[in-house]
Design a protein around this ligand. Structure first.
Ligand code: ZN
Length: 257
């Protein structure tokens, strides 16, 4: 079994990073060996390794959180137990609505998962995850995906940003909505209000407070340019799929003008 790359980023908060898409999983220790597990990912082997790591550290998931309804953030395995998994109400609705496409995505890109456990999320009522552990405040918005819920841990200043504020991916607005750039800016504004000392992006590398603010500024600069229909060079435009998404966003902005 692979030993996952796991690092403690704040007291009682660990981040595991999978090789595929540099995807992060966040583990937050609660009371009595319970933990909150955010976005466990990506491959069957990654999840098995994660379950092994948790067992070795005497941690057992008592709650799960899915930051947003994209297939790589809706995974689970039997070895992780049967804790309730939550997401925002809008994310739960989107996951149900788009189930066929999500299953297609996971089957094509990370085959072998137990699909009876896939995307089984319950709508969270309220603004905080109700679990026996440190406060976990949900910051819900519609940037990138419907009902995207970042999680802020005020006790440690950790912001689990989901697919925002990445150092390896440009902002990826949800182009299926009426106002993708406005909604993205709004979501980013909400995150920027958090007094984050540690930033955990869904894909990419963990950063500190100044790095968080640098990424917010870089994302705003990117959005301003693209929303205005202006091409921009961004150091994150390295991979072909990102350049394709960038071109799609630009075309969308230009068509709207
Ligand atoms: Zn995503």
């Amino acid at each position: 079994m692979n030993e996952p790359a796991v690092r403690e980023v704040a007291r009682g908060v660990w981040v595991a990073t999978a090789r595929k898409y540099t995807t992060t999983t966040t583990i937050v220790a609660g009371s009595d060996g319970g933990c909150l597990l955010v976005d466990p990912a990506v491959s069957v082997a990654d999840l098995a390794a994660l379950a092994g790591w948790l067992g070795a550290h005497a941690l057992r998931p008592v709650a799960g959180w899915s930051t947003h309804p994209h297939w790589d953030h809706l995974l689970w395995s039997a070895a992780l137990g049967d804790a309730p998994r939550y997401a925002t109400p809008r994310a739960v609705a989107a996951a149900a609505r788009e189930e066929a496409g999500l299953i297609e995505g996971v089957t094509a890109s990370a085959p072998g998962h137990d699909l009876t456990l896939f995307a089984r999320v319950t709508a969270l009522s309220g603004r905080e995850i109700d679990w026996p552990g440190p406060r976990a405040v949900v910051l819900a918005h519609d940037a990138h995906a419907p009902g995207h819920g970042a999680v802020f841990l005020p006790d440690t200043g950790v912001l689990i940003a989901g697919d925002m504020c990445s150092d390896i991916e440009i902002p990826l607005p949800d182009l299926d909505t009426a106002n993708p750039f406005g909604e993205y800016r709004e979501g980013l504004g909400l995150l920027a209000e958090a007094d984050a000392a540690v930033l955990v992006p869904g894909h990419g590398h963990v950063g500190d407070g100044p790095e968080f603010r640098r990424r917010v500024a870089a994302d705003l600069a990117y959005l301003d340019a693209v929303a205005a229909g202006t091409d921009i060079t961004d150091e994150r435009l390295t991979e072909k799929w990102l350049r394709i998404e960038h071109a799609r966003a630009l075309a969308r902005a230009r068509a709207a003008r």
